[in-house]
Design a protein around this ligand. Structure first.
Ligand SMILES: NC(=O)c1ccc[n+]([C@@H]2O[C@H](COP(=O)([O-])OP(=O)(O)OC[C@H]3O[C@@H](n4cnc5c(N)ncnc54)[C@H](O)[C@@H]3O)[C@@H](O)[C@H]2O)c1
Length: 334
């Protein structure tokens, strides 16, 4: 049975991709994940077709051994340190995992694919393009790389390394740059889970600065569909921007979560009492917006999930998680 390697597959997007690949392929899915604070085996579905290798992508020895044993011909590289706030507190883990880890993986793929070529999908982010003004414009694949956080800078470094393996070694590398994802199983430290947890508890949600920062939101399953399309129909050496043309300010997102909680029978604070503005993040990018035209034209990709539907699934999943946590914290009944 052929193998597909998914690095970071025990994380938020990686585990959604594993679910999609179980449906779309008959392949064996090799998940290589260090299981940092962000990765959980319980994110993965039960299947005899999945092997979880607990391994650091920076370990040449371990990655080479996985390539020798499983001979994957398709790699989705998602393993990364992914939280911008953490990259501001300390950037070294970001340079290590996101840049060195990508270099190690590219090198192992190159060695393994000398006789029979494979496809390397470098899963990246719109944050490599930096920040847009609030008024108008969207990132295309021709936008200059202008990352402004250590997270984004490390991802940009990884993208350039990946593309250099195409130019220098002729490797089939495809880079995808996606906008902000929302969906089940996102780590609790990220914006939407934080907002949901606060409102679910009847508290206002902490929001940076004036709350007017804009992100372009896509449901995680749509992102994964685009990754699969890039692997199937993409062109070697090409970059694809992935997005759902769904821009929302942080304040608008809080209101959308409030409405969804009400819809699900919960009791968030009243409108106007849902936000607690806090000191802005240093270097906070004002706006991201993705022009996904190339992915539409060349990959046939178009995000399918209506925002309200995706948000309902996301918030419902978060509520279940939060209720589970509450249960665990209850003292044992006598
Ligand atoms: N979340 C988003 O909105 C978004 C948007 C665009 C692109 N991306 C990219 O998608 C990828 C996945 O993002 P996510 O939100 O699922 O992140 P996540 O933090 O939920 O998951 C990252 C996974 O990588 C693993 N990992 C971290 N360091 C590792 C290492 N050294 N070796 C092996 N595994 C390691 C973690 O254990 C975790 O399972 C990242 O590359 C990120 O840059 C994310």
């Amino acid at each position: 049975m052929e193998s597909i390697l998914i690095t970071g597959g025990a994380g938020f997007i990686g585990s959604a991709l594993v679910r999609l690949l179980l449906k779309k392929t008959g392949a064996h899915l090799l998940v290589a994940d260090k299981l940092t604070y962000a990765g959980k085996p319980s994110n993965l579905p039960e299947s005899s077709r999945i092997t979880l290798a607990v391994a650091d992508v920076c370990s040449r020895e371990k990655m080479a051994a996985l390539f020798r044993r499983f001979r994957p011909k398709l790699v989705f590289h998602l393993a990364a340190e992914s939280h911008v706030d953490r990259s501001i507190t300390s950037g070294t883990a970001f340079a290590r995992t996101n840049v060195l880890g990508t270099a190690v993986l590219l090198e192992c793929a190159r060695q393994s694919w000398k006789k029979e070529a494979g496809v390397f999908v470098q899963v990246s982010t719109d944050e490599v393009y930096g920040s847009l003004p609030l008024a108008g414009g969207a990132f295309t694949e021709h936008s200059p790389l202008a990352p402004r956080s250590p997270y984004a800078a490390a991802k940009a470094g990884a993208d350039l390394l990946a593309l250099s393996y195409h130019a220098t070694h002729g490797m089939d590398v495809r880079v995808t740059r996606c906008s902000n994802n929302y969906g089940p199983r996102q780590h609790g430290e990220k914006f939407l889970p934080t907002v949901t947890a606060a409102l679910f508890a009847g508290q206002p949600a902490p929001v940076y600065g004036d709350g007017q920062n804009v992100r372009d939101w896509i449901f995680v399953e749509d992102h994964c569909t685009a990754l699969w399309a890039a692997a199937q129909k993409g062109v070697p050496g090409q970059v694809y921007n992935i997005g759902a043309r769904n821009e929302k300010s942080n304040l608008a997102m809080v209101e959308a979560v409030r409405q969804t909680l009400v819809l699900l029978g919960e009791h968030p604070p009243a409108p106007g009492q849902c936000v607690r503005l806090v000191q802005d993040r240093p270097g906070h990018d004002r706006r991201y917006a993705i022009d996904p035209s190339r992915a539409g034209r060349e990959l046939g990709f178009c995000a399918q999930t209506p925002f309200e539907e995706g948000l309902k699934k996301t918030v419902a999943w978060e509520i279940e998680r939060l209720k589970g946590e509450r249960e665990k914290q209850k003292p044992d009944a006598l």
